[in-house]
Design a protein around this ligand. Structure first.
Ligand SMILES: *Cc1c(COP(=O)(O)O)cnc(C)c1O
Length: 253
């Protein structure tokens, strides 16, 4: 792409870099799964493309990554469309995951391009997403985002662990949505192991109530080994695949 050239990196060089990064991340996933006595094939890698260009997303799909994720509606909608136009011949359309904090008034927009919404963190979003899915004539897979922060921290988004089953009930009952499981981000600056162990308990409770909701989305560039040790089935990786945000993206945006 022209902006890529102006930053001094050719498409071929960038693709080689992405291929090497991907091999490293896959090796980390395989090693973590093996160490936990799990089959690496049961873990899905979701490449988080936020701040990186559609050319990177398309290249990742061309390298065999089937799932891509974004965290801001405006960027995501545009990039999903641009990416499909750039896919190498014969490469299937990626599955798009929305992983960011979602405003109710963006639900309709997200439902039009996302296949999975991982960040349902309050009941009010359920109806809005369901309405958006029906309007778009689609069914969305939904994860309930679980807060792993201490109870009264002004921390991140997420449903308190004790309320997850109730929000899951709402999702399961909503026409247009399919409850798939839980998602979480480890507390900033905290130890990932106890947090992901707690997430596994919450996931067990949800699965007891909804046997089809077995997905655990946890683990990012810095803590995917811990997440896999605690049962993660989906890992969401940005930095380790694309590089640090804010370096490259300064040039291309
Ligand atoms: C950005 C982001 C990731 C990826 O984080 P990295 O540390 O760059 O791998 C994963 N999950 C969510 C919700 C994100 O916003």
């Amino acid at each position: 792409m022209a902006d890529r050239l102006s930053s001094g990196v050719t498409d071929a060089e960038r693709t080689a870099e992405l291929r090497a990064n991907l091999a490293e991340v896959r090796a980390r996933i395989d090693a973590a799964a093996t160490a936990a006595g799990r089959d690496p094939a049961e873990i899905t890698l979701i490449a988080i493309t936020k701040t990186f260009p559609a050319s990177d997303a398309a290249a990742m799909a061309g390298l065999g990554v089937t799932d891509l994720g974004e965290n801001r509606d405006q960027e995501a909608g545009r990039k999903a469309a641009e990416t499909s136009a750039l896919l190498p011949p014969g490469v299937a359309a990626p599955r798009w995951h929305f992983v960011g904090q979602l405003q109710r008034n963006k639900a309709r927009s997200v439902a039009a391009y996302a296949d999975v919404v991982q960040s349902v963190d309050r009941p009010a979003l359920v109806d809005a997403l369901a309405a958006g899915a029906r309007r778009a004539g689609r069914e969305l897979d939904v994860l309930v985002q679980v807060s792993l922060d201490p109870p009264d921290s002004a921390g991140r988004a997420g449903v308190p662990p004790d309320d997850v089953v109730a929000v899951g009930d709402l999702v399961e009952a909503a026409d247009g949505l399919r409850l798939a499981g839980v998602m979480a981000v480890a507390p900033l600056g905290g130890e990932p192991d106890p947090a992901f162990a707690r997430l596994a308990e919450v996931a067990d409770r949800l699965r007891a109530a909804h046997p089809g909701a077995g997905v655990i989305s946890a683990g990012m560039s810095g803590d995917l080994e811990s997440a896999i040790a605690h049962g993660a089935s989906w890992v969401r990786v940005g930095t380790a695949l694309f590089g640090r945000r804010g370096l490259l993206s300064d040039h291309v945006r």
